[in-house]
Design a protein around this ligand. Structure first.
Ligand code: NAD
Ligand code: GLY
Length: 373
């Protein structure tokens, strides 16, 4: 372990977006502290959006912390799971907002993982043409990635996250204590997004993750705190330069082109998003190697780290008759595709990523190698 023995109780990372700037507060005990919410807009009412798994764990505590600030607090509890990230569930949020007489000053709070966060953000973006909202992420994946940067969405049967908006929260509050109840498989899924930041932006962080993987898996508080903070710093740096993904922001999708194909091809929920991204990063590293950006030793290093995080590195067969065709068809639905050309995030060297197309023959080799190994 190379983390310090002690870690400050509260760290702040800022995301600089002009008048849409906001803090990401990271620490222990933040959920229960009324102070955590002191700088939010005042309003007559607050709406907490959560789900059936997270609600019994944390909703009452958030309600109590908000009570001094908001005279009326409503909580809407959604069904749990990626399969419910759709219009029907989104409408449950609008039904609650309207039936409770919430006005345009109502502050919404997303209490849960990335599914709750993405849906609450989209509801906040569109309810009365936009109300303020706060992200209170309770999964590692949401704390290091999905709660930061303002991407909000629901799924469409024909594609993941296809309907949504860019809409920034007022505050992201990462209470590290909530990670204590997270199932191990979900912790590993979050580690995929932590690992991602190394190859695309910061090899010193990659070295640190390698040295501290055991501590992260053991949920060492100082290790988790550093992982969340450094991940948020890197994401804030990227989003601060390219909020709406005109270019640079796409590097945050390292491993996601292959990963989205695996998620969709296996049926949503069979592989967790982070599991698919873990395997997808290994595939993207292999493609980078074939394009000359990294060597075999780097691919091996990344593969071992993804395995150490408890994530799969062997790609699934999506179609026994035409596996390549199925991968290619699914990857074309990716939002990075342009005029049918599939785009990949590849490494031009360890610590630096670019977005580009690749010859089908190379992609075919990568898929064949990844399925077999
Ligand atoms: P999730 O929201 O489904 O949460 C995973 C599981 O953990 C769920 O069953 C949830 O109820 C449970 N859970 C949450 N917090 C818990 C806690 N503290 N204790 C116990 N159980 C808890 O999944 P996720 O991995 O957090 O997020 C995945 C979603 O995020 C996907 O829909 C993905 O598309 C989206 N995403 C969005 C962005 C973005 O930039 N907006 C980035 C990455 C991923
Ligand atoms: N998770 C990718 C992004 O926020 O752009």
């Amino acid at each position: 372990m190379t983390t310090q023995a002690t870690f400050p109780a509260h760290e702040r990372v800022s995301i600089a977006l002009g008048d849409r700037s906001y803090p990401i507060d990271i620490g222990s005990g933040l959920l229960d502290a009324a102070d955590s919410f002191a700088n939010l807009p005042t309003a007559h009412s607050a709406m907490i959006v959560t789900n059936e798994t997270v609600s019994p764990l944390y909703a009452q505590r958030l309600e109590r912390a908000l009570a001094p600030r908001y005279p009326r607090i409503h909580t809407v509890c959604l069904p749990d799971g990626e399969a419910h990230k759709n219009w029907e569930t989104l409408n449950q949020i609008f039904d609650a907002l309207l039936s409770q007489g919430c006005d345009r000053k109502t502050v919404m709070f997303a209490l849960g993982g990335g599914v709750v966060g993405d849906m609450t953000g989209f509801a906040a973006a569109s309810y009365m043409r936009g109300v303020p909202f706060v992200q209170v992420p309770t999964t590692l994946l949401a704390q290091v990635d999905s709660s930061v940067g303002g991407k909000t969405a629901i799924n469409h049967p024909l594609g993941k996250n296809m309907i949504g908006a860019f809409y920034q929260p007022q505050l992201v509050l990462c209470d590290l204590d909530t990670l204590s109840t997270l199932p191990s498989r979900e912790l590993s899924a979050g580690l995929a997004e932590v690992i991602k930041y190394g190859p695309i932006a910061d090899m010193a962080f990659f070295d640190w993750i390698e040295a501290n993987m055991d501590a992260l898996i053991a949920r060492d508080p100082a290790a988790l705190a550093h992982a969340v903070k450094r991940s948020c710093e890197i994401k804030a740096w990227v989003v601060g330069q390219d909020e709406r993904e005109a270019g640079l922001r796409a590097i945050l999708n390292f491993g996601h082109t292959f990963g989205h194909a695996i998620e969709a091809g296996m049926g949503y929920g069979a592989w967790l998003h982070g599991e698919a991204v873990g395997c997808g990063m290994v595939m993207a590293a292999r493609l980078s190697q074939r394009l000359g950006g990294v060597d075999a030793a780097f691919v091996e290093r990344l593969t071992r780290l993804v395995q150490a995080a408890g994530l799969p590195t062997v790609a699934p067969v999506l179609d026994v008759q035409d596996n390549l065709g199925r991968y290619l068809a699914l990857m074309q639905v990716d939002k990075k595709s342009e005029a049918g050309e599939i785009k990949f995030v590849v490494l031009d060297r360890p610590g630096s990523a670019v977005v580009r197309g690749a010859p089908d023959a190379l992609v075919a080799r990568v898929i064949a190698d990844s399925v077999r190994l």
